[in-house]
Design a protein around this ligand. Structure first.
Ligand SMILES: [Zn+2]
Length: 377
């Protein structure tokens, strides 16, 4: 079954030649496919562990989620070329639409809530609506960005994907959320930072277009974690000292030994549980994980640039989005190219810090020190 067949037909009818030209001129610095192939929040290593060591009833489900996630890969680049309704919405207005799949996989599903509509009785629908709205507000108010593509792109989300699906993903055109199995993972609409993470994959797709493999893929993941964490801190008005720096805190069901999916403050310490294994993220280049699984460890090695951002933000103090966030955003939008390495990101953030705050400024020194501490410079 092609879960995107219906979506593709609908989107195609909305595409104009102008859309195609704008899309090409905006995101195609070279001819390789940009961005990530269906960017999921749960890495394959965690699902694999769950399928081998989880409770018997969950093993099969975890395996199905893993298989299904793998099947989705490769379909994203087709969707990215279609866009998701670029209707030139003015800055500040949002166009959120939430669809209910009722455990089907044919996107987008039945429309259940549009922009400005009354609350649903379904918490999944309301969380998808509210959290995507907060994320859009964050990008607009902090960075002056008009939606994911900076041109007022619609924010479409589908909930209740498949059955007990242990994942959430950005497919290049919209957000999709599983319900979770209820034993290890709760519903994937629950966490604001997860929704911020996934929508940032869209921003990256339209900006640096970081290829989802190896170091550029780990940077793609890291930018999503960094901005996902910042969205949560911004919403809660937290300083760098008051923030928890977790990604996906509250996603695990009761009884799972773990605080969250990842930690920017202390990569490698987010969870240690017999069912899902141990957080494998390194915080330093000496522990860089080599190997082909998970697109060359994109969810693992992202711990290194994640920690670099944490170090810069905490060295500068105050709110993470005010200085460190602006340096990272400028680098994502104006500097990095699809095959960027960690060293490119280090040099790029140094350059952005110099442009924004001056050469040899306190901000630029903080950036240099952070990349040195994680072993990239
Ligand atoms: Zn991701």
């Amino acid at each position: 079954m092609n879960p995107f067949g219906k979506l593709s037909l609908e989107r195609k009818s909305e595409i104009t030649l102008k859309d195609v030209i704008m899309k090409k001129s905006h995101v195609a610095p070279c001819s390789i496919p940009v961005g990530c192939p269906v960017c999921t929040i749960i890495p394959s290593h965690m699902l694999r562990h769950l399928s081998r060591h989880g409770p018997a009833a969950l093993r099969e489900k975890a395996w199905q989620t893993l298989q299904h996630s793998e099947r989705l890969r490769g379909q994203r680049d087709v969707l990215a070329g279609l866009g998701a309704g670029r209707w030139g919405v003015s800055p500040g207005s949002k166009r959120r639409t939430i669809y209910d799949l009722s455990h089907d996989t044919v996107l987008p599903g039945k429309r259940v809530r549009g922009e400005g509509d009354a609350k649903s009785r379904d918490v999944h629908v309301n969380e998808a609506y509210d959290h995507s709205g907060v994320t859009a507000d964050f990008f607009r108010q902090v960075f002056g960005r008009n939606s994911v593509d900076d041109q007022g792109m619609r924010l479409d989300s589908s909930v209740h994907y498949y059955t007990d699906f242990d994942n959430a993903f950005w497919n290049g055109a919209q957000m999709v959320y599983g319900d979770g199995d209820g034993v290890v993972f709760q519903r994937f609409t629950k966490c604001l930072d997860i929704i911020g993470h996934e929508l940032t994959h869209g921003v990256t797709q339209y900006e640096a277009g970081l290829a989802y493999q190896g170091q550029s893929g780990a940077l793609n993941e890291s930018f999503s974690d960094v901005f996902g964490s910042m969205v949560k801190q911004w919403k809660k008005k937290q300083t760098v000292a008051g923030a928890d720096w977790w990604i996906g805190e509250g996603l695990f069901a009761r009884g799972v030994r773990g605080d969250a999916l990842r930690s920017l403050k202390a990569p490698g310490t987010a969870y240690d549980d017999p069912q899902i294994g141990r957080d494998p993220q390194p915080a330093h280049m000496r522990d860089y994980v080599k190997g082909g699984a998970d697109h060359g460890g994109v969810h693992t090695n992202s711990g290194i640039p994640n920690h670099a951002f944490y170090l810069v933000a905490t060295a500068l103090g105050g709110h993470s989005w005010e200085k460190a966030g602006k340096i990272w955003y400028d680098t994502l939008c104006a500097v990095l190219r699809p095959h960027a390495t960690f060293a490119d990101a280090a040099r790029g953030t140094l350059r952005s810090a110099g442009i924004l705050y001056g050469s040899a400024s306190r901000e630029q020194d903080a950036v240099k020190s952070a990349w040195q501490q994680v072993g990239v410079l």
